[in-house]
Design a protein around this ligand. Structure first.
Ligand SMILES: [Zn+2]
Length: 437
């Protein structure tokens, strides 16, 4: 049954003052103190922090094509449990999301699942081949209303293709999200290039392969007057380039992934493929630079790069394992940890980096709003006083490749609401199946 009326009692809005929030028919209806419960289901939220529903700019949902690793349903359930109300689905499905048909399919699957809004990202090039531009305009005009395009997994390394794509999306205020990796500098790469890669004898993925593309694309975006977004920024040098671009007023945005805020290349010494990711885990000086850049806003957003993989693709030799890690259910906890821990974190910065700014970058007008009467009620309730231990089998994702297994993390998501309806309540998924019957 659909519950249309809720009274959220005593939540600390954005971690500040406590208030009651009444939600009716999908929207915030009343915000104040001592609100009457009449006709509403009451959620006791004393001590909980209310944030706008989180928005992920970078999710691999694997459907269509690799439903043995994740589906739109399981992925959005993981998202809801992580506090997310919207996710942007990367284009490297099978088939690739490079046509109106595929992006509409992914969008519709998200609607049917009902756990989070799914905004498909379209491919920049046909088949992610980096050669011929896909029909960006057709995808934009489709029901999925695609505004962000990315060949993620691959870099748009051809500067002429990148230039044309940047020019093309200007016509509908679109955005290219670049996986910055100069492919000729990373051939055969297995881990971050540095002292440890030499010691382990593994081929290195040098920081300059990322930085060279970021520098190039900053210049291209400036030259054609378009905007560019950088996926999963992983090095201190990239931060410097982005900071310089912003000082010059160039229209660039950037995201960082939780794993790059917490883990270093030292993990690779275990040869456990769960730590294999692209771009790779870097050095502690990079981690420190990324944390500072996130706190200061040089990096605009946290994005998960949630990358589920089937067991056979991860429990094999390091060299043969697919790169990528789960992220949706652990991102909030790790972000809070990276921004100072639950006692010191500025919740407004968490809201900014994990909800408002990513919603604005992706053009998701219904998301990223603070509680305000009349606004769509997309929010999450977090308990900052609790901790939890990551147990892979307890995650909602079908895949199990979390690099955080066994780790004790701060903050639990107690509830998530999408358009005024609970997707998570008391820390558990609600049954959304009737919504789509
Ligand atoms: Zn990528």
């Amino acid at each position: 049954m659909t519950d249309n009326h809720w009274l959220i009692r005593g939540a600390k809005l954005l971690g500040r003052h406590a208030a009651d929030v009444r939600v009716s028919d999908g929207r915030y209806a009343q915000i104040g103190n001592g609100l009457a419960a009449e006709g509403a289901t009451v959620v006791d939220a004393q001590g909980l922090v209310l944030l706008p529903g989180l928005v992920d700019l970078h999710t691999h949902l694997r459907e269509p094509g690799r439903e043995d690793a994740e589906t739109v349903l399981s992925g959005t359930q993981a998202a809801a449990r992580g506090g997310y109300t919207a996710v942007c689905a990367m284009a490297n499905s099978q088939p690739v999301a490079d046509t109106a048909g595929v992006v509409e399919q992914v969008w519709r699957l998200g609607q049917e699942a009902g756990y989070a809004d799914v905004q498909p990202i379209g491919a920049v090039s046909i088949g992610l081949q980096g050669e011929t531009m896909a029909e960006l305009g057709t995808m934009n005009a489709s029901k999925a209303h695609v505004r962000m395009f990315s060949d993620d997994g691959h870099c748009v390394s051809d500067p002429q293709l990148m230039r044309r794509a940047l020019e093309y999306v200007k016509t509908f205020d679109g955005l290219i999200a670049q996986h910055a990796e100069e492919p000729r500098l990373t051939q055969g790469a297995q881990m971050h290039e540095g002292e440890l890669s030499s010691r382990l004898g593994l081929a290195g993925w040098p920081a300059v392969a990322e930085e060279a593309i970021i520098a190039r694309d900053v210049l291209l975006a400036d030259y054609v007057g378009s905007r560019v977004h950088f996926c999963h920024v992983s090095t201190a040098g990239s931060v410097d380039i982005i900071a310089a671009a912003k000082r010059k007023g160039i229209n660039v945005t950037a995201e960082v992934c939780p794993h790059h805020l917490l883990l270093t290349d030292e993990r690779v010494a275990s040869y456990d493929p769960v730590f294999k990711v692209n771009p790779p885990l870097r050095e502690s000086s990079d981690v420190a630079a990324l944390r500072t850049a996130l706190a200061e806003g040089i990096i605009d957003a946290v994005a998960t790069d949630h990358a589920p993989h089937a067991e056979q693709d991860k429990t094999c030799e390091w060299a043969h394992a697919r790169p990528g890690m789960l992220g949706l259910e652990t991102a909030l906890s790790i972000t809070v940890e990276a921004l100072g821990g639950p006692d010191n974190v500025d919740w407004d910065i968490v809201a900014e980096r994990c909800s408002r700014t990513p919603a604005r970058i992706a053009g998701l007008d219904d998301h990223g709003h603070d509680p305000e009467v009349g606004q769509q009620a997309n929010f999450t309730l977090i308990d900052p006083t609790t901790t939890w231990t990551v147990v892979p089998d307890e995650l909602s994702s079908i895949a199990r490749n979390t690099p955080f297994a066994g780790l004790n993390l701060p903050c639990t998501v107690q509830a998530t609401f999408l358009r005024g309806e609970a997707t998570v309540l008391d820390g558990k998924l609600t049954d959304r199946s009737q919504e789509t019957a």
